[in-house]
Design a protein around this ligand. Structure first.
Ligand code: FAD
Length: 491
């Protein structure tokens, strides 16, 4: 089917107003939050209902056109990019909270609804939705399901998969199914568990049943201030080592603090080497006792100062700094490349030291802001996108950071997904047999490979071994050359 006929056929399904084909308007859909890669779809369709999603999918399947679901486009691994062209299916118009059921602590929500909307709606009644990506004011719950998103409070409460009870899904054939259950442990295979985190390659989510939590009796938010990252890292291990699981422990280094203070004035001390944002919640008496223990651990590791939020306004301000940290990088750099490695917590100091060495080697600054409690690093590699070669340097450095994470027993992604960006790193973690086992599952859900192609799996063309310079762990060691194929281009 040629493009003109495809556009016409899409308009018959969703209405001409909700088909985007103008080249200038398509630019909105050519990248996600990563922005290093771009790929322009041939057309964007914006369905309003599961029935329309199914009709769009059936049309694509019949005409053998690739199709890619997209929520808010805040993803950080190129997951929503139409790397082989075709149709982007934007879920933004399906954005209602359909039902709230406090008696059963559940809500039913459409995929395009923004994460924070649910909490905003239920919080006057003392409830909230726990998974809270730092992007929660912008990202969609459908995108969260696809990426199995985490967030600062997922240390204690678990990531998205722990809060999704059931899903309505349009399969790659256009058929609609419902998986999961409102009641615990339904019989049969746990398809909800399989689906959550499948990065838009197993089907399109059109309805989500999520768990709601009751607000805890008390919340205490503290900023622990340190001269060095070493002391902050030791404090993180010390807190968890005592068996304390705070609701959140977020770490920020000095460069991040500088950016945050220029951007949102959260009141962080700009001369600190590192700060920990620690939040405790639960019954009041327990929170008070745990806070004393956390402060004691901090003191054991030369904590310079502790600031305890006295009210909601102060608490919000402390969190505003953390949640706006990525965006605040614009204050100190024209561009940044965010990485999402995971390491065992005990390796925090070693890896941060290695990142520092890589930063000096490549001549690129790195700001560290991350979920320290679960070892999920987010080094932000700052570069100047107006200087030729800098983006490639940032990418090479990012690849080396991933190497280091794997070398200490970690992983190439904690929450942002593999997507397009990291597919060539997969063989660093998995054997061909491991990958084939995953590919078999994908073929069951996505037999023709038309649904979100080019993601997660390395391709024979894209992943080429080259002779290694040095050995793993050396600065400059490059096990893989990454070649882009299809329509996607570097920024
Ligand atoms: C500043 C910033 C901070 C962030 N902080 C965090 C964080 O703390 N934790 C975290 O986990 N992530 C974080 N992210 C990454 C991102 O926000 C999450 O991955 C989020 O879940 C993506 O949602 P989205 O709606 O933007 O999805 P998109 O970017 O539109 O899509 C992401 C993937 O989901 C698929 N998809 C989208 N909707 C559907 C659907 N209805 N059905 C099937 N597949 C679908 C797409 O095909 C794609 O593969 C951050 C991003 C930014 C920019």
């Amino acid at each position: 089917m040629d493009r003109a006929r495809l556009i016409h056929a899409m308009a018959d399904v969703v209405g001409p107003t909700y088909v985007i084909s103008d080249p200038a308007e398509l630019k909105v859909y050519e990248a996600d939050g990563l922005t290093i890669f771009k790929a322009t779809p041939d057309v964007v369709a914006l369905p309003k209902s599961a029935v329309e999603v199914a009709d769009v999918v059936r049309l694509c399947a019949r005409e053998r056109v690739p199709f890619v679901p997209r929520g808010a486009g805040t993803g950080l691994s190129g997951g929503a990019l139409a790397v082989e062209g075709g149709v982007v299916i934007g879920l933004n118009r399906m954005n209602r909270v359909l039902e709230v059921d406090y008696a059963n602590q559940r809500a039913v929500i459409e995929p395009g609804a923004i994460n924070i909307w649910l909490t905003n709606q239920v919080s006057p009644d003392g409830y909230y939705y726990a998974p809270d990506p730092a992007s929660q004011t912008a990202c969609s719950v459908g995108g969260n399901v696809a990426e199995n998103s985490g967030g600062p409070h997922c240390l204690k409460y678990g990531v998205t998969t722990n809060h999704v009870l059931a899903l309505e899904i349009v399969l790659a054939t256009g058929e609609t199914i419902e998986i999961g259950s409102w009641t615990p442990d339904p019989p049969g295979y746990d398809l909800t568990g399989v689906f959550v985190g499948s990065e838009g390659t197993f089907g399109i989510v059109t309805k989500i049943v999520v768990r709601l939590l009751k607000r805890p009796e008390a919340v205490k938010t503290m900023l622990l201030v340190f001269e060095t990252i070493a002391d902050a890292s030791a404090t993180v291990s010390g807190i968890i080592g005592r068996g304390i699981i705070p609701a959140a422990i977020e770490m920020m280094d000095n460069l991040t603090i500088q950016a945050v203070e220029k951007g949102v004035h959260a009141g962080y001390p700009t001369d600190a080497g590192s700060v920990l944002l620690v939040e405790l919640d639960g019954p009041r008496a327990e929170v008070e006792a745990l806070a004393e223990s956390v402060i004691a651990v901090g003191r054991e590791h030369r904590m310079r100062e502790v600031r305890v939020a006295r009210d909601d306004a102060e608490r919000t301000l402390l969190w505003k700094g953390r949640k706006a940290a990525f965006a605040a990088m614009g204050q100190i750099s024209s561009a940044y490349y965010v990485q999402d490695g995971v390491i065992p917590r005990t390796q925090l100091l070693k890896i941060l030291g290695e990142i520092d060495a890589l930063s000096r080697h490549y001549g690129l600054r790195v700001a560290n802001v991350f979920h320290a409690g679960d070892g999920n690093l987010h080094p932000l590699i700052l570069y100047d996108d107006r200087v030729g070669g800098e983006v490639q340097k940032a990418e090479a450095m990012g690849a080396e950071i991933m190497q280091r994470c794997i070398a200490v027993g970690g992983s190439i992604t904690g929450e942002h997904g593999v997507g397009f960006e990291k597919r060539d790193f997969m063989p660093l973690m998995y054997t061909p047999a491991d990958l084939e086992a995953m590919a078999k599952v994908k073929r069951v859900w996505n037999p023709d490979g038309l649904l979100n192609p080019g993601k997660i799996f390395p391709t024979s063309k894209s992943c080429v071994e080259v002779s290694a310079a040095g050995k793993p762990g050396d600065i400059g060691y490059k096990p893989h050359r990454i070649e882009l194929e299809g329509k996607a281009q570097r920024f």
